[in-house]
Design a protein around this ligand. Structure first.
Ligand code: PEP
Ligand code: MN
Length: 371
C-alpha cells in the first residue's frame, strides 16, 4: 500500500448542508470594510448560488506596505455576513494565532493559502493548533509545482484529525511566460485526483488567471476535468479593490459567468453514447498497443546502436544527432497539428530512455573484448 493511501477523507455530503455540485465559493480577495463585505455578500446571495463566502482577513502580500487585510476586526464583519445571508464563512489562516481567532469568532471553514502550504513548518503549526477541532480545511496548492508538498500539507492537516478536506487548485509560479498569472499545470491536480479519488478538488480561476477575461475558460476547464467547483473572487466594486483588483468580478458578473458554463456529467447512461464511446476506446487501445510496440522496437535498435558505438569506441551521447532528431520531428509534428511542447516532452523522454539503454550496453563487456 502506498504511503498516500492513508488520507482519511469525509465526503462533502457528510458535512456541507447542501452538497450539490458544482460548489461555488465566492467573496472578495480581502475584507476591506464592513460595508464592502456586507454589500458583496448580499449581492452574491441575491444573484448567485454561492454557498461559502470567502474573504481574506490577513492577506499575505508579495511586497510590504501593500494592503495586508483588515485584521481581526474583519471576523466581526463575517459574523454579520453569516447572520444576514446564511452563508458559511471561510478565511485564510497562516499561523496558529489566526486559527484560534477564526475559530473563536465562529468562522466555519479555514483555508491554507499557496504561500503557506509551501512551508511545512507553517502547515505543521496550523495542524497542531487544529488538534481536537472538527472544522473543514481547504488547502491550496503550494506556489511551486510540487505535488509532494501539496500532499504533505494535506497529510499534516489530516493527521491532526481533520477529515473534512478540500484541495484548491490555484495554479503555479513558473518561469515560463504564459498568459496566466499562475500556470495551471493541470496534470498536477489530475495526478492528485488519481492518487486520492475521494478528495474533493475545486479550482480557483481568479488566482490562475489574474485577470477577468480568462476566468470563464478556466472555470469551464475545471468542470471538464471533473472538479467539484470553484473559489472565485468577487467584489462589489472590483475597480476599487485594495488587492487583486484586476481579477475580481462583481456578483452580477459572477452570475453571468457561472450561467455561461456547461456542467458535464461524469457519465451518461444513454445506450448509443455508451456504444460509440466503447468503439472509440477500442481504437485508442489499439493505437496505444501500436505505440508501445513501436517504442519497444525503437529501444531494441537503440541497444544495437549502443553496442555498435561501444565496439567502435564512440560516445553514447551525440548532440548533433539529437538536434537533428528534434528538428526533424518538430517539423513533422507541426505538419500533423501536434503541439510543439507535447512532442518535445515525448521526444525528450524517449531520448533519455534510449541513452540509458545505450549506457547499460556500454557497461556490459563488449563482444570484441571477449574474443
Ligand atoms: C487569496 O485567496 O486571496 C490568496 C491569497 O490566494 P493564494 O494563496 O492562492 O495566492
Ligand atoms: Mn486574492
Amino acid at each position: 500500500m502506498s504511503q498516500h493511501a492513508s488520507l482519511k477523507i469525509s465526503a462533502l455530503s457528510d458535512w456541507l448542508p447542501d452538497a450539490s455540485l458544482p460548489l461555488l465559493i465566492a467573496g472578495p480577495c480581502g475584507a476591506e470594510s464592513e460595508k464592502q463585505v456586507l454589500e458583496t455578500a448580499i449581492a452574491l446571495k441575491k444573484n448567485t448560488n454561492t454557498r461559502i463566502f470567502r474573504a481574506g482577513i490577513w492577506k499575505p502580500r508579495t511586497r510590504p506596505n501593500s494592503f495586508e487585510g483588515a485584521g481581526s476586526i474583519g471576523l466581526q464583519w463575517l459574523k454579520k455576513v453569516k447572520a444576514e445571508t446564511g452563508f458559511l464563512t471561510a478565511v485564510e489562516v497562516a499561523n496558529a494565532q489566526h486559527v484560534r481567532e477564526a475559530i473563536n469568532e465562529g468562522v466555519d471553514i479555514l483555508w491554507i493559502g499557496a504561500r503557506t502550504s509551501v512551508n511545512p513548518f507553517s502547515v505543521q503549526e496550523i495542524a497542531d493548533a487544529l488538534i481536537g477541532i472538527n472544522i473543514p480545511v481547504m488547502i491550496k496548492n503550494p506556489v511551486n509545482p510540487d505535488i509532494q508538498l501539496w500532499i504533505g500539507a494535506l497529510e499534516r492537516i489530516n493527521q491532526a484529525g481533520i477529515t473534512k478536506l478540500i484541495a484548491i487548485h490555484r495554479g503555479f509560479s513558473s518561469f515560463k511566460k504564459t498568459k496566466y498569472r499562475n500556470d495551471p499545470q493541470w496534470q498536477i491536480p489530475i495526478e492528485l485526483k488519481i492518487l486520492f479519488p475521494d478528495l474533493p478538488i475545486i479550482c480557483d480561476p481568479s488566482h490562475i488567471c489574474g485577470k477577468k477575461n480568462l476566468l470563464a475558460s478556466i472555470a469551464q476547464k475545471a468542470l471538464d476535468m471533473d472538479m467539484s467547483g470553484w473559489m472565485i473572487e468577487s467584489h462589489i466594486h472590483p475597480e476599487k479593490a485594495l488587492s487583486d483588483s484586476e481579477q475580481q468580478i462583481t456578483p452580477l458578473e459572477l452570475s453571468a459567468l457561472v450561467n455561461s458554463l456547461i456542467v458535464k456529467k461524469p457519465n451518461s447512461h444513454n445506450k448509443e453514447f455508451k456504444n460509440r464511446l466503447e468503439q472509440l476506446r477500442i481504437l485508442i487501445d489499439e493505437i496505444d498497443d501500436e505505440l508501445f510496440q513501436s517504442l519497444a522496437k525503437r529501444m531494441e535498435i537503440a541497444e544495437e546502436i549502443g553496442a555498435y558505438k561501444r565496439d567502435n569506441n564512440v560516445t553514447v551521447l551525440q548532440i548533433k544527432r539529437w538536434e537533428n532528431i528534434l528538428t526533424r520531428q518538430l517539423k513533422m509534428a507541426e505538419s500533423l497539428g501536434l503541439s510543439e511542447d507535447f512532442i518535445k516532452e515525448i521526444l525528450e523522454a524517449i531520448h533519455k530512455e534510449s541513452i540509458q539503454k545505450q549506457i547499460q550496453i556500454v557497461n556490459k563487456i563488449s563482444i570484441t573484448d571477449l574474443s
